[in-house]
Design a protein around this ligand. Structure first.
Ligand code: HEC
Ligand code: HEC
Ligand code: HEC
Length: 125
């Protein structure tokens, strides 16, 4: 009986801290910075897309694949599109969500990281 309890406790301590890592890895936030050069010229940081935040509010189908291809780095996004109501601008239009006027809310990631899900990203500069 005591041994069983010990085993349960042991695995609890060992495994539990790993679980949030797993769900985080599956729905991780994504760094978008293919346009880093233009972003530097406009004095904005790289984009951190809070995937999890959106994923709990919308079904995957809302975005994939009508708005965004389900592959990191596969989407060519720029501000003209967003201002014209495409991509992020489908919702960030002042109706469904706030307008794309608050640059820093999206451009919130320190430059110099490899693009894609944060948990795989590495600092390169
Ligand atoms: C609000 C829009 C939105 C919703 C809702 C959404 N995604 Fe995404 N997803 C994105 C964007 C934007 C990217 C980044 C694509 C890129 O890098 O070009 C992405 C990328 C991905 C990727 C590739 C990157 C990676 O992490 O491997 C996968 C897989 C993915 N989404 C799965 C899902 C699943 C599963 C759901 C539902 C549970 C979901 N998405 C809901 C917008 C969304
Ligand atoms: C399907 C609709 C939809 C799309 C597409 C979408 N968003 Fe959002 N986003 C929302 C909503 C709704 C909120 C919450 C708005 C609020 O709280 O007023 C939000 C909030 C956010 C936030 C703030 C999160 C927080 O923690 O408060 C950021 C940053 C953001 N979006 C970035 C993006 C970026 C970048 C893209 C494109 C890659 C994008 N969104 C595409 C609907 C969308
Ligand atoms: C709703 C989220 C969101 C907001 C708000 C936002 N951006 Fe962006 N922006 C993006 C995304 C996503 C990209 C594409 C990043 C990539 O793929 O490299 C981008 C790309 C850019 C680029 C490079 C591409 C281009 O169009 O030249 C510049 C410059 C830029 N943003 C400036 C701004 C400025 C300035 C503001 C505030 C007025 C702003 N952004 C507000 C999401 C946003």
């Amino acid at each position: 009986m005591k041994l069983k309890l010990l085993i349960v406790l042991f695995f609890g301590i060992l495994v539990l801290p790993l679980i949030p890592e797993f769900s985080f890895a599956e729905y991780a936030d994504i760094i978008l910075n293919s346009k880093a050069e233009s972003m530097r010229k406009a004095f904005v940081n790289d984009v951190m897309f809070p995937h999890w935040f959106h994923r709990i509010r919308f079904k995957c189908k809302v975005c994939h694949e009508d708005i965004f291809i389900l592959k990191a780095g596969a989407n060519d996004i720029n501000m003209t599109m967003i201002m014209n109501g495409e991509k992020c601008g489908k919702c960030h239009n002042g109706i469904i969500a706030w307008e794309p006027l608050y640059c820093d809310r999206c451009h919130s990631w320190e430059p110099g990281w490899t693009p894609g899900p944060v948990q795989f990203s590495k600092k390169v500069k």
